[in-house]
Ligand binder design. Structure first.
Ligand SMILES: Cc1cc2nc3c(=O)[nH]c(=O)nc-3n(C[C@H](O)[C@H](O)[C@H](O)COP(=O)(O)OP(=O)(O)OC[C@H]3O[C@@H](n4cnc5c(N)ncnc54)[C@H](O)[C@@H]3O)c2cc1C
Length: 485
């Protein structure tokens, strides 16, 4: 039914209710804008990919798998007992309750801030107007002053091998399983493939990872990957590098450097990337041209044009929920006349085993930028807390600039690296010196101590080379790494 072509009026419209969209709506409302948010029905609903089919369900599965696996590996601590059995259907029931509670929390926040939430799919019909297809074939038109596009992304299929929901699954479908497969082929060793492949292996599934490039996690610096590779081997996961899945005449096969193999699994998880949800948005009618990848080009204030901003997974860069919500704040402010740019450090975290966190600049980036840097690495073998966890593989590596004495980057491969990433991000954002981090008292015994330990190692490396006449802090340490020649 067409309700009529008369348009409703909106001051600031947000399309998409994921972490980018709902954060943008909340920020804009706080800035005094009158906000309407459109979220299409079905899955993912309000809360987006992250809440319904991404961050939250994947971390819940990783947690339950880790608990089962810890019990299996507890004999050295003197703990014995039979393996824990996972009732995946019961887990799904618990999980949907947990996600439902979080989704209600988001809806409640939007309500409290007076944000109008509409259920429908929006498409531009001109730069200031969208049509919204609502349930039951109704449509409405909305005329707006400003708009923030936050429509997120969807899983990409392996070329020539579409998802079928039965054998060839996306991450969304894998996360919704109610029975564990006997074996699983994961195609793509990016962070989603590694996280879900590791969890499945810990739940007793026979996992093979197929990756086209030479190693797992190809977008991470090579140095951080080795402890994760060793752990995958210990968990019995087979990694086939330089290999691809293809549809042959007699079914699915894997092409490896050693030749063709029949797919070694009951199910296939295609985790070869995600593509932005921009193709059905009518962006040409909004006067926007997308990049060949489908991403929307934006300037540093997240604007795609004077009154249109785009945020989150529709913008090129790492597809991460915290990046989407950080974009949201900038977009809401810049469309509300408050000068704002996105130049934040975005920690990249992989919930692998051990976890990886990459914050700020890497060695290659520092070298590429021609920055003179001091580097130091602290091995988790020297961490008392890691010893108590029985997990001493990994390290913390840090880089600091010699010229202006500030932390530039931190890479962590360790238990709870995801939790340590925030301290590293704060140090880099605040332009602190390694001395500030080294002299901040960290509680003992914690894995977090390794961040101050690596900063002390940076100071030590600098002081080893220091000019004897350079100033020295009251602690006896050089007062800055600039003391290095
Ligand atoms: C398995 C998996 C694990 C992940 N784990 C992590 C993690 O640990 N940490 C992390 O930071 N990130 C993680 N991510 C990525 C994270 O989920 C995304 O980066 C994040 O959700 C992007 O937020 P967004 O707001 O840009 O888009 P989305 O969360 O995708 O939200 C977009 C919303 O817009 C709606 N929509 C789309 N088109 C329209 C339209 N035309 N009209 C109305 N509504 C529309 C969609 O239904 C959706 O609800 C993971 C992703 C996956 C798949």
């Amino acid at each position: 039914m067409v309700v009529g072509e008369l348009a409703d009026q909106a001051d600031l419209l947000v399309i998409g209710g994921g972490p980018g969209g709902y954060s943008a709506a909340l920020s804009a409302a706080q800035l005094g804008r009158s906000v309407t948010l459109i979220q299409r029905g079905g899955s993912p609903a309000l809360g987006g990919t992250c809440l319904h089919v991404g961050c939250i369900p994947s971390k819940a599965l990783i947690e339950v798998a880790a608990r089962r696996n810890s019990a299996l590996e507890a004999a050295p601590f003197g703990l014995t007992g039979g393996p824990l059995t996972l009732d995946l259907a019961a887990f799904q029931k618990w999980q949907s309750g947990m996600i439902g509670t979080l989704a209600s929390g988001i809806a409640g926040l939007l309500r409290e801030r007076g944000i109008t939430v509409l259920d429908g799919t929006a498409r531009f019909i001109n730069p200031h107007k969208v049509i919204v297809e609502e349930p039951d074939d109704r449509v409405r038109y909305i005329q707006f002053t400003d708009v923030i596009i936050a429509t997120g992304s969807v899983p990409m299929a392996v070329p020539g091998i579409p998802f079928d929901g039965e054998i060839i699954l996306s991450s969304t479908e894998l996360l919704a399983l109610t029975d564990l497969p006997r074996s699983l082929v994961v195609v793509g060793a990016g962070y989603i493939g590694i996280e879900l492949g590791t969890a499945m292996a810990k739940l007793g599934v026979d996992v093979t990872i197929v990756e086209a490039s030479e190693r797992i996690l190809p977008s991470c610096p090579a140095g951080v990957v080795a402890p994760v590779e060793s752990r995958l081997t210990a968990l019995g996961v087979t990694v086939l590098a330089h290999s691809t899945l293809r549809q042959a005449q007699n079914g699915l096969t894997v092409t490896t450097p050693a030749g063709e193999r029949k797919i070694p699994g009951d199910l296939v998880l295609a985790a070869v990337g995600r593509e932005p949800c921009t193709s059905d948005l009518g962006l040409d009618r909004a006067g926007l041209t997308v990049l060949p990848s489908g991403h929307i080009p934006v300037d540093s204030s997240m604007r795609a044009s004077e009154h249109i901003a785009a945020i989150g997974d529709v913008v090129q860069g790492p597809a991460l929920a915290h990046r989407a919500s950080a974009h949201a704040e900038v977009a809401a402010r810049s469309l509300s006349g408050i000068p704002s740019v996105f130049d934040s450090v975005v920690p990249v975290v992989v919930f692998s085993d051990p976890e990886i966190a990459i914050v700020g600049m890497t060695d290659d980036e520092v070298k590429g930028a021609g920055i003179s840097a001091v580097t130091a690495t602290f091995s988790m073998r020297a961490s008392g807390r890691s010893a108590t966890l029985g997990r001493q593989e990994g390290f913390v590596r840090a880089l600091a600039s010699r010229d202006d004495d500030r932390m530039l980057g931190v890479q962590i491969v360790a238990p709870h690296a995801s939790e340590l990433a925030s301290e590293a991000a704060l140090a880099i954002e605040m332009r602190t010196s390694p001395l500030d981090v080294a002299l901040t008292v960290h509680p003992h015994p914690t894995v977090s101590e390794s961040v101050s330990d690596v900063a002390k190692a940076l100071m030590q490396r600098a002081s080893n080379r220091a000019n004897a006449n350079h100033p020295v802090h009251k602690s006896g340490r050089p007062s800055s790494i600039r003391s290095a020649p």
